[in-house]
Design a protein around this ligand. Structure first.
Ligand code: PGA
Length: 236
């Protein structure tokens, strides 16, 4: 019922070699939505290459005196269709709060960008048994009645090679889904992110409440990213 969405987060890396060539694995696929979040510098190239894409964050004001920032509006005007909001690296490196993330999500929606909003607990929060409280607080401020995508990314699984077990991920995804208003509950996509790779994609994507992946490291390797897209296609 929910189409898989496989998203690549290239973080502060240049486009992988060949990614912008025609026929690349990052382009649209028939049965699976494929989206890339490149650096700002690679957004125009992705758009020219017909890759669905969006910024990794964006300023909520359209323009103004904000040195070093790029606005969501500028990205929209360029031709972006998506926006990543609240990635844990933005929360950690730039102090983005739950309220900042919600403001970005709302600004994106107002511009007609589809927000992919990241939530997830740190290792110490999980060790303290607080993972659901943390995620609930991150979710509570979001406009859940709107068309958004949520990405559950346990911080301890990002770039560490440690993946949440399919059971841990499914449990949190089901919890997140229970927080979504009833009329959007079955249609809102919830992606898993955190060391998703070709060899663990099948068991993660097979879980009832996992509707795709937000992929960092493996998205920089076109063959690995392509293998995950193929896996999602075969499970569709
Ligand atoms: P990872 O990153 O796949 O390298 O763990 C995921 C992310 O940060 O979105």
């Amino acid at each position: 019922m929910r189409k898989y969405l496989i998203a690549g987060n290239w973080k502060m890396n240049s486009a992988p070699s060949g990614a912008l060539d025609s026929g690349s694995t990052y382009q649209t696929h028939a049965d699976v939505d494929v989206v890339v979040f490149p650096s700002f510098l690679d957004l125009p190239g992705c758009i020219d290459a017909k890759i669905l894409c969006g910024p990794q964050h964006g300023h909520t004001e359209d323009h103004g005196a904000h040195t070093g920032d790029v606005s969501l509006k500028m990205c929209k005007d360029l031709g972006c269709l998506y926006a990543l909001c609240g990635h844990s690296e933005r929360r950690a490196d730039h102090g983005e709060t739950n309220e900042d993330v919600a403001a970005q999500c709302i600004a994106a929606l107002e511009l007609g960008l589809h927000p992919v909003v990241c939530v997830g607990e740190t290792e110490s929060e999980r060790d303290a048994g607080k993972e659901k409280d943390i995620v609930k607080a991150q979710i509570a401020v979001l406009p859940l009645e709107s068309e958004i995508t949520i990405a559950y990314e346990p911080v301890w699984a990002i770039g560490t090679g440690k993946t949440a077990s399919p059971e841990q991920a499914q449990e949190m995804h089901a919890f997140i889904r229970s927080l979504i208003p009833e009329d959007r509950r079955d249609v809102t996509r919830i992606l898993y992110g955190g060391s998703m790779k070709p060899d663990n994609a099948e068991e993660l994507l097979s879980q009832d409440d996992i509707d795709g992946g937000l992929i960092g490291g493996a998205s920089l390797k076109p063959t690995d990213f392509g293998a995950i897209v193929e896996m999602a296609t075969s499970l569709s």
